[in-house]
Design a protein around this ligand. Structure first.
Ligand SMILES: [Zn+2]
Length: 378
């Protein structure tokens, strides 16, 4: 192990140790929750009509196919790939002008942690709401006319249906290979690259086929907006768009709180944080797509309970639906259009790596250890 590796290992260890002071429900290892009271399943598409159930796997696939059949001028069903156990990783592409190459591209994805299932149903409900609102709701119509909106409701189907296709009761965080998919993306901070799981390599190929500029990755276990970077604290390496992220997060949280004043209040009173200030992780999807794909991705932790009781799903939809739609609209607030986004992309790359002395002199590193590491680096 060379000096740099030794120092990196020390830093990762310290970041992990110091972060224990702020428990992160989304952390590794996962926090176990008591079993929820009721995870009622819909065994037919019709039983999803009140949005107070979780779909079986076959109902999920049938719903996605039905929307594609019912709204052929507004959406197309795409397959991102398949899971280790062969389940489909699906995406609904929504736009009224699919052949227009200049549309800004937006992406929502949920439940990369298979037991964080609130977002799964929120994304299905969102697809349904956008499609049925086209032509009558001015905001949805405008978005569908001027944006390519892609929605992947379920990024880790093997985790969600770990107990079988007809229940989410035994849903779990990991994929079928016991890997946490949100620690499995390549990270520039570490020399060791994890072997990419096929769910993630499929997602990367899907990003290669698109030009996403804004996205979000939905989780559960807390209620907090988590903006980049996850790999660094904001002292070590603030994201070049931090001010913009904070504005976006405030808008999201404020809108939600008009429907429930206590929402997004369990971790930080403001309802948002730079990811690494809460808890440093490496191998997360957010940093990967921000850094390598110039896509502004936000992590949305949307419910304190990972396996939300199914009868609470409509309540959470009520809290979240306007924020979720407004967040798509943020892609049109990126002033200066694509040229500006390219500049942001450059600045992300320029600033992503703190220099070694910057890291070592971070206030999070005890002085004695700083001295030790500086002697190694000398
Ligand atoms: Zn998660």
């Amino acid at each position: 192990m060379n000096k740099f590796l030794t120092i990196s290992a020390c830093l990762i260890f310290m970041a992990t140790a110091s972060a224990q002071l702020k428990p992160r429900p989304d952390a590794f290892p996962p926090v176990d929750e008591p079993e929820p009271k009721a995870l009622t399943m819909a065994t037919t598409v019709a039983q999803m009509s009140n949005w107070d159930r979780y779909p079986t796997y076959s109902v999920y696939v049938e719903m996605m196919q039905k929307w594609a059949n019912d709204f052929p001028n507004l959406c197309r069903l795409d397959t991102i790939g398949t899971s280790v156990n062969g389940r489909l990783i699906l995406s609904m592409e929504i736009t009224a002008y699919p052949t227009n190459p200049t549309l800004p591209e937006f992406f929502y994805s949920s439940t990369i942690h298979g037991d964080e299932i609130t977002g799964y149903v929120m994304m299905l409900h969102l697809i349904d709401t956008l499609l049925h609102g086209y032509g009558t709701n001015a905001q949805y119509t405008d978005l569908i006319d001027h944006t390519r909106i892609c929605i992947n409701p379920l990024a880790n189907p093997d985790g969600t249906y770990y107990g079988g296709n007809n229940s989410v009761q035994s849903s779990r965080r990991y994929n079928a290979n016991n890997v946490d998919l949100n620690r499995n993306y390549p990270n520039p901070f570490t020399d060791t690259k994890p072997a990419l799981q096929q769910e993630n390599s499929a997602m990367i190929s899907y990003f290669d086929r698109h030009n996403f500029r804004l996205s979000a990755n939905l989780h559960g276990g807390a209620e907090v907006m988590n903006y980049p970077w996850d790999s660094y604290t904001s002292v070590q390496n603030p994201h070049p768009m931090s001010a913009w992220w904070i504005d976006v997060c405030k808008r999201f949280v404020d809108t939600s709180r008009t429907y429930n004043a206590n929402h997004f209040n369990d971790t930080y009173s403001c309802g948002y944080t730079a990811g690494g200030d809460w808890y440093v992780i490496t191998g997360g999807r957010q940093d990967y797509f921000n850094y390598y794909y110039n896509c502004l991705e936000l992590t949305m932790e949307i419910s304190t309970t990972k396996k939300l009781s199914s009868n609470q799903l409509p309540t959470y939809w009520n809290f979240l639906q306007h924020s979720l739609v407004n967040y798509i609209e943020e892609i049109h607030t990126l002033f200066g259009g694509t040229e500006h986004i390219a500049e942001v992309a450059d600045s992300q790359h320029l600033s992503v790596y703190p220099t070694l002395p910057q890291v070592i002199s971070s206030s999070r590193v005890p002085t004695a250890l700083q001295n030790y590491m500086m002697s190694l680096a000398a």
